[in-house]
Design a binder for this molecule. Sequence first.
Ligand SMILES: Cc1ncc(COP(=O)(O)O)c(C=O)c1O
Length: 410
Amino acid sequence: MINISETEVHKLSEKYGSPLFFVSADKVRENLKAFESSFCDKYPKITVAYSYKVNFLPEVLKTIHNQGAWAEVASGFEFEIAKRVGLPGEAIIFNGPFKTKEELKKAIKERALINVDHFDEITQLEEIAKESGKTIDIGIRLNMEVGIDQLPDRFGFNLESGEALQVVTRCLEKGLLNIIGIHVHLTSYIVEKESEDNIPAKGIKLIWPKDHKAYRKASEKIVQFANEIREEYGINIKYLDMGGGFPTVEGISPYVDAIVEPILEGSKHGELPTLILEPGRAVVSDAADLITTIVAKKELPGGQRAIVVDAGVNILPTSFWKFQEVQCFNTSDTKLEETIIYGPLCLQTDIIAKTKLPELKTGDRLLVKDVGAYNIPQSSTFIYSQPAVLLLDGQDAVLIKKREEVDDIF
Ligand SMILES: Cc1ncc(COP(=O)(O)O)c(C=O)c1O
């Protein structure tokens, strides 16, 4: 959570317009440091790679990389962004289900870590290895049963079905790819299986944060798999990448133990692998808030109080999954009333939050809290344009993304 006064909110929105995102560089740094040290305290070989998809504003990325974190990218597009902010290839982890041959070649040349998602990618990499006459080091993404009753995991090779072992034997037989890492990502949110038919609109039950026991299961399973393939085939796994999906840094401790303990226990007789973590939300979620302004007050049929604000689901798309936390500055009025907060879009489902608020008037400003994860990169220009983003760094407020204008459409 960012501390900002009402006066400051007014000043910023007068200058840059409303709605307005602002990101606290200090909070990003604080989160990253706390995340990293909670793992470093328990395990000696940690690499943190920030997940780009969560918020890839270049100034935010630079703040993160200046702290020494690597990049986790899930496309060639994100790979290019990482290069453009000055990151060397060796500090990039290249994930994702679609990587073109050219992108793979570049990643190999730049010595990025590549986590392979499926057999077609294996084929592509084998072709590259043949063409270049050099074996290629790869990580393989695995999915497995960890006690989460969720939608089928579409990413990586399944462990229980024997698919994971098939990749290993294929790589050994062909001698073109060298498996050096194992990757798991237990999804960011868990979407319950029963609600599959309802996706992607209503009636979805999200479970977040997920139980740390799922991480323990995953950690145990991949350590066991790494040990099996070492003993059976002499494969030396250099890194275990446990992905992201972590809660805020305040609640991270049980997740650290759940991941680290099985690795320490299972690696007693060999060299410890590097443990890679790919946090996104935990680094940026509570490092950004949004200023919005009340543009209308309404009473709905049935008498329910509603307000319309100038920030819609086009710029806060996570509202489709979970209502936002909204804070007002009128704290003296203790008479709170259930209020629906609508965005300005001509769309029935443009609902940001349902929450208890005091009496408010048109023109009042509100703060939408903790919106730094998954909103800005998934924003769209739908009916309204996308707002400006400010980076608050110490005493400075720097414009890092300008408000979208009609000119930008042309
Ligand atoms: C492979 C991978 N790593 C890391 C993340 C980041 O997840 P989170 O923001 O929940 O930490 C994601 C998000 O979906 C992902 O797909």
